[in-house]
Design a protein. Structure first.
Length: 451
């Protein structure tokens, strides 16, 4: 059974560094030690579900919450238990229930490529692991032997266990180039047998719903500063899950600050891009602040949600609302239709709707002429309220100021709203007549008083 392309706005949470919602599980925290637990937990995620709903998030991606040797969870010790630092399975069940009530899905990070040196497999199941290799966080750890059918069966059973015991909606799995595609296919089939709309994000190998690391590198290089065209991004097929930063990379905000540019402006362009491409968009916790740890390393500090930037938050909310109501952005085909300087315009078209997305990454205002749209149509701006109508030469000219973006829906030209204009003229005329009448009355009364 093939999985349909998921279209999600995903918010990635590094659980230990998100929100401390329950002090009773602060077993061995030390906020002064960057390698120690800092207290974030599953209850903290529950507390922030309404906040994430307001941002328009449709899926929460939790970092590995299984028992592990470290706060980040990428060195697992037991794949079938919740790390007590984060809570227990009952709290995870509550989290999933609360999220689903807010129309938010929950998926779990599931590390398939490595285990910790103290894992039971290292000594008791020697043919289940092989020589150490570098894991996702550049740590040398024993490598899981996914060629072993017993190992595959364990992971399949473990995935079903989490699905049935918590009601989660899928997994974000971490693999390597040695992982058999047949195993990934079977894993997808097994979780969808438990929940038909469950989905699987694959990190570390080519897959129909993979994390697109190449896109991230190219997009960051382009969007970290103005004056660079987005056109190269459209030179190859765009699918999968797109992102600008993650738990495993440096912050996009840091990359823009290094270049000397305002991160809020840069993030607004980047998020417009992410939300309007085919596939899903992934945002790392703190994007709405935006966070910057000041170094070329992953940012594993506590999320600074109290510093939210209202401009970014509102922009994300607008984008989420537009995509949620748009068949074109959810399922439409994509074509790059115009390029003017460092301004790109691309089209997303479904059977019942067409959208045009314009992103001007230039250092000056740009105009892009669109043709082939047809007669008696208009482009209505959704991020910025404006109307683009057909010119005498048959084209539609989209004009954007530097470092701005807009999303246009194609619709019939409604022309001027003459009824509304007439009503405004009547109201304004009546108001002016009233003022004149009051003024005349006052003058007459003043004249009488003098006499």
């Amino acid at each position: 059974m093939a999985e349909e392309q998921t279209e999600e706005g995903i918010y990635y949470i590094l659980v230990d560094r998100f929100v401390n919602g329950d002090s009773s599980n602060d077993i061995e925290i030390n906020i002064d030690d960057p390698s120690a637990y800092h207290g974030g937990d599953l209850q903290g995620v529950i507390d922030k579900i309404p906040y994430l709903s307001e941002l328009g998030i449709t899926t929460i991606n939790l970092s590995p919450i299984m028992t592990a040797a470290s706060y980040h969870g990428f060195d697992p010790l037991d794949g079938q238990s919740v790390d007590p630092q984060f809570g227990n399975i009952a709290v995870l069940q509550n989290l999933v229930a609360e999220a689903n009530e807010n129309d938010i899905k929950v998926i779990l990070d599931f590390v398939l490529s490595h285990v910790d040196n103290e894992h039971l497999w290292v000594n008791e199941q020697s043919d289940w692991v092989s020589q150490p290799s570098v894991n996702q966080l550049n740590e040398e750890l024993p490598t899981v032997n996914l060629q072993n059918e017993d190992v595959q069966q364990y992971f399949l059973e473990t995935a079903v266990y989490w699905m049935n015991s918590t009601g989660i909606d899928g997994f974000h799995v971490y693999v390597d180039e040695q992982t058999p595609q047949s195993f990934i296919d079977e894993l997808r089939q097994r979780i969808q047998a438990e929940k038909e709309d469950a989905f699987l994000i694959v990190d570390g190998m080519e897959d129909e719903n993979n994390i697109d690391h190449d896109f991230r590198k190219e997009a960051v290089d382009i969007l970290k500063q103005p004056g660079v065209s987005l056109e190269p991004l459209f030179s190859h097929e765009i699918t999968g899950v797109h992102y600008m930063e993650s738990v495993l990379t440096s912050r996009f905000t840091h990359e823009t600050v290094k270049e000397g540019y305002h991160p809020v402006t840069r993030w607004k362009l980047a998020s417009t891009l992410l939300y309007t491409l085919p596939g899903s968009s992934l945002f790392y916790q703190g994007v709405e602040v935006p966070m910057d740890n000041g170094v070329d390393e992953p940012d594993h500090r506590m999320a600074e949600l109290n510093k939210e930037d209202e401009e970014i938050a509102q922009h994300l909310e607008k984008l989420a609302a537009i995509r949620q109501d748009s068949s074109a952005l959810q399922n439409g085909e994509m074509d790059l239709v115009a390029q003017a300087g460092a301004m790109s315009v691309y089209k997303r078209s479904a059977e019942d709707q067409t959208m045009y997305i314009a992103i001007n990454n230039d250092t000056e205002t740009q105009t892009a002429s669109l043709d082939g749209i047809g007669e008696d149509m208009q482009l209505r701006g959704l991020l910025e309220d404006n109307i683009v109508r057909q010119q005498n030469d048959g084209t539609y000219r989209v004009i954007l100021e530097r470092e701005t973006s807009n999303i246009f829906v194609l619709e019939e030209d409604r022309g001027f709203n003459w009824f509304f204009i007439a009503m405004m003229v009547v109201i304004l005329g009546g108001f002016v007549a009233f003022i004149v009448a009051v003024s005349v009355k006052n003058r007459r009364m003043q004249a009488k008083s003098k006499n």
